[in-house]
Design a protein around this ligand. Structure first.
Ligand SMILES: Nc1nc2c(ncn2[C@@H]2O[C@H](COP(=O)(O)OP(=O)(O)O)[C@@H](O)[C@H]2O)c(=O)[nH]1
Ligand SMILES: [Mg+2]
Length: 210
């Protein structure tokens, strides 16, 4: 296993069809690559995304700055012979592979649950018709015996839309407070948009957690 990888494919990304999984993962892979005009084909099957996690610049002033860092910029920095002005120490680049499993494959998701330690569950906050069903689907995932020790990230996606559901309304429709009483997994909730990059930093931070 490549030592730069936090884990090999132990993170899966699921959620209903057209929830915004591919867009979000593309945005995490390459921030700025997505705008309002970007269109993703529905995922039939699976997609693999390799996401470079931001490196931490530990400054002498004791502040920790998290800055997204791509492989190419690391290469550039590697060749840079000038001495950095600030005394900072860069942590080694870490990557994580995430497997997106298409929403149309929901009946088959269970085939991918072996050795999963993290689940990203994406819900489209602009789709009123889908949101309650998304909550039921989430509950069915979290009830799975093989996923009891997973960390779960609930992404309230497409937050850039004016007609989206606000966080509290979306959580109410997903019945999250009821669900949290029943589940054993640690659930983190993030509001995100692949288009305006809301929430990407919070997702990077969650991905860093071992
Ligand atoms: N405005 C906006 N549209 C989005 C966003 N994410 C996805 N979309 C739209 O939703 C469609 C479906 O997204 P996609 O990522 O393919 O969904 P998936 O089926 O869950 O992978 C895309 O073609 C975009 O038009 C977002 O953050 N903001
Ligand atoms: Mg997709």
């Amino acid at each position: 296993m490549d030592s730069n990888f936090i884990s090999q494919m132990s993170c899966i990304c699921v959620g209903p069809k057209r929830a915004g999984k591919t867009h979000l993962l593309k945005a995490l892979e390459n921030p700025g690559s997505i705008d309002e005009t970007t269109y993703s084909m529905p995922t039939n099957g699976t997609n693999i995304f390799t996401i470079n996690l931001p490196t931490k610049n530990v400054n002498t002033s004791n502040t920790t700055q998290v800055t997204p860092q791509t492989e190419s910029t690391m290469e550039k920095n590697g060749k840079d012979t000038t001495i950095p002005r600030r005394k900072s120490q860069k942590a080694p680049l870490k990557c994580i592979r995430i497997l997106e499993i298409g929403g149309a494959m929901a009946p088959l998701w269970r085939q991918y649950y072996e050795n999963v330690s993290k689940i990203i569950y994406v819900v489209d906050t602009s789709n009123l018709c889908q949101i309650s069903a998304a909550g039921v689907l989430l509950y069915s995932i979290l009830a799975e015996p093989r996923l009891q020790r997973c960390r779960v990230l609930l992404v309230l996606a497409k937050m850039d839309y004016a007609y989206r559901q606000m966080r509290n309304e979306a959580l109410l429709m997903l019945q999250i407070s009821k669900l949290q009483k029943e589940i054993r997994q640690e659930l983190t909730i993030v509001e995100a948009s692949a288009v305006d990059q809301t929430g990407l930093d919070a997702i990077y931070a969650w991905l860093q957690i071992p």
